[in-house]
Design a protein around this ligand. Sequence first.
Ligand SMILES: [Zn+2]
Length: 440
Amino acid sequence: MPARKRGFTLLAIGSTLLVTAGAVVTTPVARAATGCRVTYSVASQWPGGFGANVNVTNLGDPITSWNVQWTFAAGQTVAQAWNATVTQSGGTVSAANVGWNGALATNASTSFGFNGSWNNSANPVPTSFTLNGVACTGSTSGTTAAPATTRAATSAPVTTRAATSAPVTSRAATSRPPTSAAATTRPPVTNAPWNPPSNLTSALAAVWSHQESTYSNLYGFRNYGWDQVMAGQGTINYCVRWDSGASVTTAQRDAIHAALSKQFNKWMTAMSENGAGWNGWPYPQVNVKVVGWAVRDRAQLQWSDSSVDIYVNNIRENAPQCSEPCGRFFHQDGNYSGCPGGASRHYDMSLWLTAGMGGGAGGDWGQRMGSEYFMGALGSENIHIYLHEVGHTFGLDDFYDWDPGVGGFIMKAGSASQITEFDKWMLRDWWRHLKSRYGR
Ligand SMILES: [Zn+2]
């Protein structure tokens, strides 16, 4: 087992920095009660980039539109936002509602998010926010204000480092604002044969319990690999984000396709029992297709056929990306009407290959790792970083901060180079807990 450096684990696993802002402000003359609370969290961070979520709660009278402002202290910039229209002038950022999320009743919340850049040195969270020009103190002020909430206004940010390990990116996490109790209610576990090897039973229970207590929206999140395979009826489409200056031959293209199919299906094999899907899983074999390539320069790709769609110089997060109208990440309603190649060329996830990158990242958006690593591992029986990251796509957690005590396994980074029996049963545990959402 070669050592590998997994120093940053990015989008999938990230620790979350939370800050709740506040500074006391009084409204001298007020007709309406105003008040707000803003929570800003850095959900993920990687060299040069980060993703953040912003949650806004209107504590005052109902409003029909909102504009949230803050100031970055360390030169951060917003590159791409969702669920808000974001503009930036110097360090001052202004985020306005989009068409459908402007109305906020009293005590209602909404979320938006963005990807941005940072200086690779410090990424401090903003310490104060305003909503429609009024400072967010976490309490209300104004003539008809309800009694102040118990949250004390603090001038210093309260920063906590919470181990939220949702296998999601900031974008996906916020594209569906957490709302109802349904998002947090554990669904019934029915018709579930649960017969892992007895020596793994208690560790598996500990893992599930740990996930339940640390994921922010475990049962409400709807873009796990499970959801994607079910939506594709057993097919997963990939976009390759080629973030490298190297050229790619036709043979390399085809070898990547073959490797993705083989490696992805190692997890599906873990869901197989006697040739059928375990416990009602309908796809013991998944058809993995590469439908698109994203590059900076078309000349890097040394083929001329049209077997994949090619997106040139569509740069997002400082890397080439396939067209967003084709991406499930951006269109979880399944509407790919804006995809140039049509719905059949939509992509469920991306294989994001970055020159010079060590380690990897994984989530509902796909998997990311070094282009040199992946190309060098194409002929390997187990592309272990990829396997680990696909585990995250299906919801599995990391084990940087605790050890269930079952030896090495793929999701414990650096401890195994292939999917183990423990990984298999962790995967199966996910299915038995989520299957009811598909009526199974
Ligand atoms: Zn990981």
